[in-house]
Ligand binder design. Structure first.
Ligand SMILES: Cc1ncc(COP(=O)(O)O)c(C=O)c1O
Length: 455
């Protein structure tokens, strides 16, 4: 970190802790007791502790309000505490918060989700996005009798071991990435079953062909989220579809972010490409923990419990809380609202576009080289760099220190986003005024960083 940027970061952090004493003492307590292991706190510029949330806003334990640009890492498309979801949860809790046997609520949610995925017939619920990509890989392995998994550089798919390579790190040439484990504790053998493909690059097709006879599936995000919010090009997805067919591997769309976020269902609704399996999470649970793997009956059916034994033929997916009634009630309430009012997606896109336009204008007015990525209600950046980024690899050339400083300073302006701001979300609860305030806050902070010589 550069000298002045480092000083400034320390000063802003110290000031945030001074002005947020309740968060500071909660954090100090957590650090001292070391009771919290793996959480998402590392994504935040300063982990302020939240007390409550409403609409587009979060309120911290010191009484400060933030315009939330993260929305629970994406699921909260209708904002915090949307009345329909709150009512559905209240009604469900009166009938019991968890059962064990199935309920009709999970079937109702499943029907809404399956109807939103072209060509799909069936789904299996899990409890997270990561579990759903794990399930998809297992189903693909069972269907093909092969073990190798193809994934793209920069693709984030949750915590399943073969998918924890080249998520944040790069190695090798652009068209032939080398494997990098982005997690300690992976068994050595896992790497033997993974092929990392370049994203949005036709060189991926030759790599798929090279590994064709061992390849069970290729997992790809139609929009790479955590990598920097980069859509996969239609021609790249079409090429993957063709080459997977050629080698007999399944194509899996990881739609944990895009599912019901950009359209009332799968991103495949708006693309001329049909994957074999789709994974979803986030939005389909209405703010409750959830995941699902969705596809044609022949691919998903093996998850079904066999009537009289035969477990060796079953693909084990799910667990104690899969398809639980609280998630099903909340998810149904949220998705029903989205499916019944598809115009909401136009509104979401309009405020997303307003955000991207406003941020780009602020960069250009201040003469700061930088780029903003994203589509619909999702955006990434600003990334401070001279050439337009198209991948996570490109973003390594951006001024990441300034990116982190920006997110940290934005807290003082009542704007909450991750640091650096690779993946941000809006909801139907955000107004144009909220968006304009976020843009104005960026303008003020970027101006200050410029005057401090950090940009
Ligand atoms: C595209 C994608 N897939 C999978 C996951 C993992 O989902 P979860 O955190 O629910 O396990 C994420 C998480 O952000 C994601 O962005």
């Amino acid at each position: 970190m550069g000298g002045r940027a480092h000083e400034l970061m320390e000063a802003v952090r110290a000031e945030l802790w001074r002005t947020h004493p309740n968060s500071a003492s909660a954090h100090a307590h957590a650090i001292k007791r070391r009771v919290i292991g793996s959480t998402r706190s590392r994504f935040w510029p300063v982990p302020l502790y939240v007390e409550r949330a409403e609409g587009a806003y979060l309120y911290d334990v010191d009484g400060f309000r933030y315009i939330d640009c993260n929305m629970g890492h994406g699921p909260l498309i209708l904002g915090h505490r949307p009345p329909a979801v709150v009512a559905a949860l209240a009604e469900q809790i009166r009938g019991g918060n968890h059962y064990g046997p199935p309920s009709s609520k999970e079937c109702a949610l499943a029907e809404l989700i399956v109807a939103g995925v072209p060509g799909a017939e069936m789904l299996a619920f899990t409890n997270s996005g990561g579990e759903s990509t794990m399930a998809a890989v297992r189903l693909a392995r069972a269907a093909t009798g092969r073990e190798t998994v193809g994934k793209c550089e920069g693709g984030l798919h949750g915590n399943y071991e073969p998918l924890l390579f080249n998520v944040f790190s790069i190695a090798g040439e652009t068209d032939r990435p080398e494997l990098v484990a982005d997690c300690a504790g992976l068994p050595d053998g896992v790497a033997n079953d993974v092929v990392v493909l370049p994203f949005n690059d036709d060189a991926a097709f030759d790599l798929v062909r090279e590994h064709g006879s061992e390849l069970a599936c290729v997992v790809v995000e139609p929009l790479q989220g955590s990598a920097g919010t980069f859509p996969a090009s239609t021609s790249f997805l079409q090429g993957l579809r063709a080459v997977c067919d050629e080698v007999g591997a399944l194509l899996v769309f990881d739609e944990v972010i895009t599912g019901f976020r950009l359209a009332p269902g799968s991103a495949a609704l708006t693309l001329d490409v049909r994957p074999d399996l789709v994974t979803m999470g986030k939005a389909i649970g209405g703010g409750m923990p959830v995941g699902a793997v969705i596809g044609r009956r022949e691919h998903v059916m093996p998850t079904d419990s066999p009537p009289g034994g035969g477990f060796h033929e079953q693909v084990f997916v799910g667990g104690t809380f899969s398809g639980n009634p609280m998630t099903s009630a909340a998810g149904y309430a949220q998705l029903a609202q989205l499916v019944e009012n598809p115009a909401l997606y136009q509104e979401l896109s309009a405020i997303g576009e307003r955000m991207r336009r406003g941020l780009r204008e602020a960069l250009s007015e201040l003469g700061i080289p930088g780029f903003v990525t994203g589509v619909g209600s999702i955006w990434g950046g600003p990334y401070f760099m001279d050439r337009e980024p198209a991948s996570m690899r490109d973003l390594l050339d951006s001024n990441q220190v300034a990116g982190k400083l920006l997110s940290t300073c934005l807290l003082e302006h009542g704007v909450l986003m991750t640091a650096p701001a690779h993946l941000n979300f809006l909801s139907t609860a955000h107004t144009e005024e909220d968006v304009d305030q976020v843009v104005e806050a960026h303008r003020d902070v970027m101006k200050m960083l410029q005057s401090e010589g950090c940009l």
